[in-house]
Design a protein around this ligand. Structure first.
Ligand code: ADP
Ligand code: MG
Length: 620
């Protein structure tokens, strides 16, 4: 087959353009990326060889070889791993399949400096070769196949693929270095880079100098070494490799479980939110090894979805080496490992949460919404997870624990109040909260989608029920007013005056509301909407509507503030003859206004505008 010319996927071109033109200060990381890929490729072939030994064709001594050539100005990095065929080359080196890519690219600003720091977080893997090379050749032959291939590109929008009869099993990457980047052909420099970034790789990396091969790294998998012999930098480098991440890990947890089940865990919690954390496939990202042999990075049984932010490796002594991915489902050994991992991770989070210097607040901001999923996914550990949760409240901009909430409860208060919405600022202004704020009763402000589900599923925390402040009746009468603050509000309307007004409103609004009633919830606002006990909450209904999950709107209860001067005047109006039309207009205006405050879209904005103009006209 003759040479074929193909175009990079648009996203790759965009990325390459930034990589090539940015003045990336840390160019040397290209070598880490190529070694990391080579090591992954060897891991994959080692695993395939467990069930199909013939695929190794007698060459199972995995290795990576780095060869600089100052005369030709090339640097080659080769491995004898799984290799790539034509389709693999086109797919893997011509597109970006990673989830979160388009999200990432949409954040790029065109400002070189900002974009480089973004790339630092995202990582460009193989494409980082173009930071130092003006041309890159990839010569590869896939294990078990006869035909080899050559991929070649200058990173300018196109690449070529052609047959390459001389290719050996595995992959050789040849970098034709840019004139300014010849430092990467110096032996001492390469040695230093490998030591710094790739010492933890579990297979030997050789450097060829003056025709001699010399092993440069320690070549023992990092997690098998004793903790005392591993530096913080080495832990971080391994995190970068195993998590394909570029930030500093927030938490590093390295331990050996001994006893009935033996395994080693080297786990990390990232410092920054990975781009795909809310991607619907919710993959977990801890790699499974058995006796140091890589098995899979896609083992859903290893950790529950609510811990999917954890990265790292687990190496088991007890699973059989030739275990297939299918056999991992419902495996009792794996179930025990999973229970152990969950216990360790939650235990470590607890320690961090109790340590004022531990930076738990930052962790919570980044991953709290994910961890909270455990509140209804993991029934057994619900209380443990609740203790780890933090909440912003009407009384605290700093997230607090439920234990502190309980300590701050008012005398006579017997529920944990919460309200759900899209955004803290808007939530704080909710009319439903006015009465709570006046009485000094703290309300949890919940803004994650998951918050719509767990409070009802859980019911109680240490004997106190969770109760929505925007749903059902709010009985705050048993709560004492704050010290020295006797009720300074105006007297409420008389019972029958109020009843007449409520009746007039009900008549006007008909089926649109479930009820109209007087409220103790309000201080400033004349009206607000609440959901009836047992109905879908208002915020949840809006979320469901946005996702086309429901179409109907459940009728709400309109609550009226019997102490508000507008309500008093409307009540006086209600006594007069022939006021029905004006009262109906007022009822609709107040109802629509309450819906706007809720963030609802008015079903009939034209009528709202007409009534408002009419009222204004009467006023002036
Ligand atoms: P990542 O390693 O995060 O997947 P890269 O850009 O580093 O992203 O690599 C893209 C893909 O190209 C890899 O996932 C792998 O499938 C393939 N690849 C890269 N280098 C090699 C190699 N040396 N041997 C086999 N496949 C490779
Ligand atoms: Mg890579």
């Amino acid at each position: 087959m003759a040479e074929e010319k193909l175009s990079f996927q648009a996203e790759v071109s965009k990325l390459l353009d930034i990589v090539v033109h940015s003045l990336y200060s840390n160019k040397e990381i290209f070598l880490r990326e190529l070694i990391s890929n080579a090591s992954d490729a060897c891991d994959k072939l080692r695993y395939a060889g467990l069930t199909q030994p013939e695929i190794l064709s007698g060459n199972g001594e995995f290795r990576i070889v780095i060869t600089p050539d100052k005369v030709a100005r090339t640097l080659s990095v080769s491995d004898n791993g799984i290799g790539m065929n034509r389709a693999d080359l086109v797919e893997n080196l011509g597109t970006i399949a990673r989830s979160g890519t388009s999200n990432f690219l949409s954040q790029l600003t065109g400002d070189a400096r900002k974009d480089v720091s973004l790339i630092g977080q995202f990582g460009v893997g193989f494409y980082s070769a173009f930071m130092v090379a003006e041309r890159v050749e990839v010569i590869s032959r896939k294990a078990g196949e006869e035909q080899g291939w050559r991929w070649e590109s200058d990173g300018q929008g196109e690449f070529t693929v052609a047959e390459e009869p001389s290719a050996e099993r595995g992959t050789r990457i040849v970098l034709h270095m840019r004139e300014g980047d010849t430092e990467f052909l110096e032996g001492y420099r390469l040695r230093h880079i490998v030591k710094t970034y790739s010492d933890h790789i579990g297979l030997p990396v050789f450097l060829v100098e003056d025709g001699k091969e010399d092993a440069v790294n320690s070549a023992s998998a990092l997690w098998t070494r004793p903790k005392s012999e591993i530096s913080k930098e080495q832990y971080t480098e391994f995190y970068h490799h195993v998590a394909h991440a570029f930030d500093e890990p927030w938490l590093t947890l390295h331990y050996k479980a001994e006893g009935a089940i033996e395994y080693t865990g080297l786990l990390y919690i990232p410092g920054q939110k990975p781009l795909d954390i809310f991607h619907p496939d919710r993959k977990q990202h801890v790699k499974l090894y058995v006796k140091r042999v890589y098995i899979t990075d896609d083992c859903a049984e290893l950790l529950p979805p609510y811990l999917r932010f954890v990265r790292g490796v687990v190496d088991s002594q007890d699973l059989p080496l030739n275990i297939s991915r299918e056999m991992l489902q419902h495996n009792p050994v794996l179930a025990k490992i999973r229970a152990g991992l969950v216990k360790r991770v939650l235990g470590e989070l607890k320690k961090k949460a109790e340590d004022a210097e531990g930076g738990y607040g930052g962790f919570w901001d980044t991953f709290g919404a994910v961890l909270k999923e455990g509140l209804y996914e993991d029934f057994e550990r619900r209380d443990e997870i609740l203790d780890l949760c933090r909440f912003r409240t009407t009384g605290s901009d700093e997230p607090i624990s439920l234990a502190s909430y309980l300590e701050r409860m008012k005398e006579g208060q017997d529920a944990i109040y919460f309200i759900t919405g899209d955004e803290i600022g808007a939530l704080k202004k909710s009319p439903q909260l006015e009465g709570f704020i006046a009485k000094g009763v703290e309300v949890l402000l919940l803004t994650d989608p998951i918050d719509e589900f767990w409070p009802n599923a859980i019911g109680k925390y240490r004997e106190k029920a969770f109760q929505s402040a925007a749903q059902g009746a709010a009985d705050l009468s048993s709560v004492k007013a704050p010290e020295g603050g006797e009720d300074k509000r105006p007297e409420p309307l008389e019972g029958d005056e109020l009843a007449a007004l409520l009746a007039a409103f009900k008549l006007a609004l008909g089926e649109q509301v479930k009820d109209v009633r007087g409220s103790e919830r309000l201080t400033e606002s004349p009206v607000c909407l609440v959901a009836d006990e047992g109905d879908v909450g208002m915020h949840l209904e809006r979320l469901l509507r946005q996702h086309q999950q429901v179409e109907k709107r459940a009728p709400r209860i309109l609550e009226v503030n019997p102490r508000h001067s507008l309500i008093r005047r409307l009540a006086a109006e209600a006594k007069r003859e022939g006021a029905a039309d004006r009262l109906a207009d007022a009822a609709w205006l107040l109802f629509d206004q309450a819906r706007i405050v809720e963030g609802e879209v008015l079903p009939d904005p034209a009528s709202f505008a007409r009534r408002l103009s009419l009222m204004l006209e009467r006023g002036v």
